[in-house]
Design a protein around this ligand. Structure first.
Ligand SMILES: *Cc1c(COP(=O)(O)O)cnc(C)c1O
Length: 402
């Protein structure tokens, strides 16, 4: 974990800016709390005990390194580039989120916090955080909209089993946005003793930096594994982008390797010409949301637009500030995949490789399926398979009439 730079620009600078994006667009009392977290994080991340504890947890608890798997049958079927899968779906709890949740829970412990607070939409972040807090032995409080609670029964019971206190939010539309407000209010009751654990590379500084650092293990492993398995760096690394944590985790180790093409895939949902998509970097514009400057999908009056994706983990009208910067400087290419392409990719990977991907990850798979046939067989594409698709199986089966 070193300070990240690209062409002499610090990512982020001391004020938490990635170029013109990021920062802290928050009230002064919250800025004080965030600055304290930043100072503590910068201290703790140098401590040998913290580094060793996180390293051991990654290895013995999460099961890292996650394998880099050569999808030979899929590569053959597509008749072009070789496809490799970075198997974040094999992590304990079934996705990449455990990487930063463990980091945040450990940070809370080292800072002597008495409670970790977060919101959750579909419940994926809530379950990963409840898991990490159970392990570290720190109380965890998850705020979730009543509407989401009714939709996401398996995740709700998992959080309860793991010992998290679940707060049902009934105000407003009783969904994610209201859960964020509610969780933040609770946090502000005692920012001295509580810590807010953000679920992606978003929100005010230092969260985009911290969550990125905890996730960057993904790309570090890809770098080693690709050298071992095919003797060079990948030609392409592709990942889905919601807030952007799994993508930035896969990209970070390669930012200075210009020959490695980095591709982030956003949901075009029902189509970019409809109002049912979540393609923030593709169609949004620079603005502010949730305490940071970044690309945002918003209406003329500056209100965030309702967004849609078949993958609930990707429907967010903002995006990580570092992704916003990497788009502007052209280091990462951002493309889209539609709901239908994702369903097709979900089924194809399941039937050709016996691996059921999360609908989120299926966006990256869909991009590779669309692209591989146009490339020669000595080109390697690494797909960051951010999570497993068991959670989506009932939905897909119903959708396809299976
Ligand atoms: C939450 C989630 C995502 C989206 O979050 P990012 O921060 O964009 O990575 C992607 N894949 C899976 C499996 C998830 O659970």
């Amino acid at each position: 974990m070193t300070t990240q730079q690209l062409n002499g620009v610090a990512l982020p600078n001391e004020d938490g800016f990635f170029g013109e994006y990021g920062g802290q667009f928050i009230p002064p009392h919250l800025k004080i709390a965030m600055d304290e977290i930043n100072v503590a994080y910068e201290e703790i991340r140098q401590q040998p005990e913290f580094i060793q504890e996180l390293k051991d947890l990654f290895q013995y608890y999460v099961g890292r390194p996650s394998p880099l798997f050569h999808a030979k049958r899929l590569s053959e079927k597509l008749g072009g580039a070789q496809i490799y899968l970075k198997r974040e779906d094999l992590n304990h709890t079934g996705a990449h989120k455990i990487n930063h949740c463990l980091g945040e829970a450990l940070l809370a412990k080292y800072m002597g916090k008495s409670k970790v607070i977060a919101e959750t939409g579909a419940g994926q972040h809530g379950v990963a955080l409840a898991t990490a807090c159970a392990l570290v032995g720190i109380p965890c409080e998850i705020h979730m909209g009543q509407v989401d609670i009714e939709k996401e029964h398996p995740n709700v019971v998992k959080m309860k089993i793991l010992g998290a206190k679940l707060v049902a939010v009934t105000r407003g539309t009783a969904t994610l946005k209201d859960a964020v407000d509610s969780a933040f209010e609770e946090y502000l009751n005692d920012p001295e003793n509580y810590i807010y654990a953000i679920g992606s590379v978003v929100g005010p500084h230092p969260f985009p930096k911290m969550v990125r650092d905890f996730q960057s293990i993904i790309g570090e492993e890809i770098k080693q594994q690709s050298q071992q398995q095919f003797g060079k760096l990948p030609d392409y690394i592709v990942a889905c982008v919601g807030g952007g944590s799994n993508a930035i985790g896969a990209f970070t180790a390669f930012l200075a390797d210009d020959a490695v093409q980095l591709v982030g895939v956003e949901p075009s949902g029902h189509g970019l010409d409809t109002d049912k998509h979540s393609a923030t970097l593709t169609l949004g514009k620079p603005s502010q949301i949730h305490g940071m400057a970044c690309y945002v999908l918003e209406d003329e009056s500056g209100e965030p637009l309702p967004v849609h994706s078949i993958a609930s983990g990707l429907d967010y009208p903002g995006v990580g500030p570092q992704h916003s910067y990497l788009k502007d400087v052209g280091r990462v290419q951002y493309d889209v995949a539609s709901d239908q392409e994702c369903l097709d990719a979900y089924m194809t990977l399941s039937r050709v490789e016996g691996i059921i991907p999360a609908l989120e990850s299926a966006h990256a798979v869909a991009w590779a399926i669309r692209t591989a046939g146009n490339l020669s067989s000595d080109i390697n594409i690494v797909i960051n398979l951010s999570g497993r698709g068991d959670k989506d199986a009932d939905y897909v089966a119903e959708k396809l009439g299976l």
